[in-house]
Design a protein around this ligand. Structure first.
Ligand code: AMP
Length: 235
């Protein structure tokens, strides 16, 4: 594999709009699940089928950190510690993002919402038609997270063992040899991220289940099988 570099990720939005926002007329999908469940991998596949853009709060925050924005500076210490970034920061990011033209027909949220206040805020700004929960047992999470890397050019997601590039050092999708690993994808931080998931995020499962839009998918299988089941759930 090519030399791995620290994350530089997507272009950053330099400021967060703070003006009052109106509800957007769209139906969105939420990809839900613990860190390392494969939400990003599946988001890229579902994006091709649904046309909905992927909105990953983790990617947006990493871009903000790399660009040194105010949001990035607020978020960094929480991300480095594997803790959730405060709700007000996240909700402002999302309110800003869904104003973009590509979000007018709905988006696919990846890693958002992660708390009840975030879900309540989301309900006020867009309709969520499906919540897809990708379920992976805790004991599988550490090995999944610690071996993963992404293409620095197109964002394709790989894993040293479970999903390597077909040709070593070359991205299957775009041919780039520029790969990166996330700074928080290490064994110590993973345990904090898992705790945050169980304590703050998993209560959302009942919240969405009570609305009849929650779909559980076994994420401990081949990537293609998971994609197939997600697309069936979305039909
Ligand atoms: P992810 O890329 O989704 O694993 O997110 C990486 C880190 O960004 C998390 O460990 C949190 O520190 C932060 N983060 C991402 N999304 C959220 C969110 N919706 N709420 C709070 N913190 C978040």
């Amino acid at each position: 594999m090519a030399t791995l570099r620290p994350s530089v990720a997507c272009p950053a939005k330099p400021t967060v709009k703070t003006e009052a926002l109106h509800a957007v007329n769209m139906e969105s999908i939420v990809l839900f699940g613990p860190p390392g469940a494969g939400k990003g991998t599946q988001a890229q596949r579902i994006m091709q089928s649904t046309g909905l853009p992927q909105v990953s709060t983790g990617d947006m925050l990493r871009a903000s950190v790399a660009a040194g924005t105010e949001t990035g500076m607020k978020a960094k210490k929480f991300m480095d510690a594997g803790q959730l970034v405060p709700d007000d920061v996240i909700i402002a990011l999302i309110r800003d993002r869904i104003q973009d033209a590509d979000a007018s027909n709905g988006v696919m949220f990846d890693g958002f919402p992660r708390t009840i206040p975030q879900a309540e805020a989301l309900a006020g700004i867009t309709n969520v038609s499906h919540v897809i929960a990708i379920e992976v047992p805790d004991e599988k999470i550490v090995e999944r997270i610690c071996g993963r890397y992404t293409c620095g050019n197109c964002g394709a997601v790989y894993h040293d063992t479970f999903n390597p590039t077909k040709t070593e050092g070359t991205c299957n999708s775009c041919g780039s040899s520029d790969f990166k690993r996330r700074a928080d994808d290490n064994a110590d931080t993973v345990m904090s991220r898992l705790s945050a998931y169980h304590e703050q995020t998993s209560p959302l499962a009942d919240w969405y289940d009570s609305k009849g839009i929650f779909h559980r998918i076994d994420g401990d299988r081949a990537i293609d099988e998971i994609s197939t089941d997600i697309l069936i759930a979305l039909e």
